[in-house]
Design a binder for this molecule. Sequence first.
Ligand code: ADP
Ligand code: MG
Length: 243
Amino acid sequence: MIRIEGLTKRFGGTAVLNAIDLEIAKGERVVVIGPSGTGKSTLLRCINFLDRPDAGRITVGDISVDATRASRADILALRRATAFVFQNYGLFAHRTAQENIMEALITVQKRPRAEAEAQARRILKEIGLADKADSYPASLSGGQQQRVGIGRAMAIGAQLMLFDEPTSALDPEWVGEVLDLMRSVAAQGQTMLIVTHEMRFAREIADRVIFMEGGRIVEQGPPAQIFDAPQDPRLQRFLARVS
Ligand code: ADP
Ligand code: MG
């Protein structure tokens, strides 16, 4: 359903992603782990064309885009099919919670305003923030802001949701509510690609865990295999450090 082939990205002369191949089945939840600076964010950003890949092909459902030949229309189609949840929420500071959720529906999806508004209100209820519809991000807790960030991604109805360390900017007290919301997104059968340092959560939510280092997938498998029987010494060292 989602296929990434030969995805390559260089910054300056350095290859940050080295011909990554990855297939994700519909409804599958894939968690990416690995040391910092290893290309995890770049992988997610290239899938969404927030960073433009230097080479490779990305296929999401009917949309298939060759990085070297991608047109604006291709990129827009890919952005309609994928949704991004940022580490720092990525909300518009001068827009309310409801307006933040409506934004992508209007600009990316070209939905009529009234329809976008109704959809945003449904989502606000679902993420438990119906009473915060008119609040600006600055008056929300970190946990509430990230729930809006996830709500915005939910509203798009994307085939793939990309989460880049969605809890790592949060005070510990807000982590639980964000993970709970991600669990409920998962329970709806949403296909998810998640970068996280929350190893317990990874073990619980992942169908498959991918360990990346140096812009490559070093090892992957079901959580029990990756966490309890890691093969590659680099993965063994990484797990010893983080657990
Ligand atoms: P991770 O998310 O695994 O911590 P990143 O994907 O953010 O790693 O970064 C991988 C490497 O690419 C790092 O060495 C980082 O410094 C570099 N990098 C990321 N974004 C840029 C950029 N916009 N310009 C130059 N180098 C970058
Ligand atoms: Mg990162």
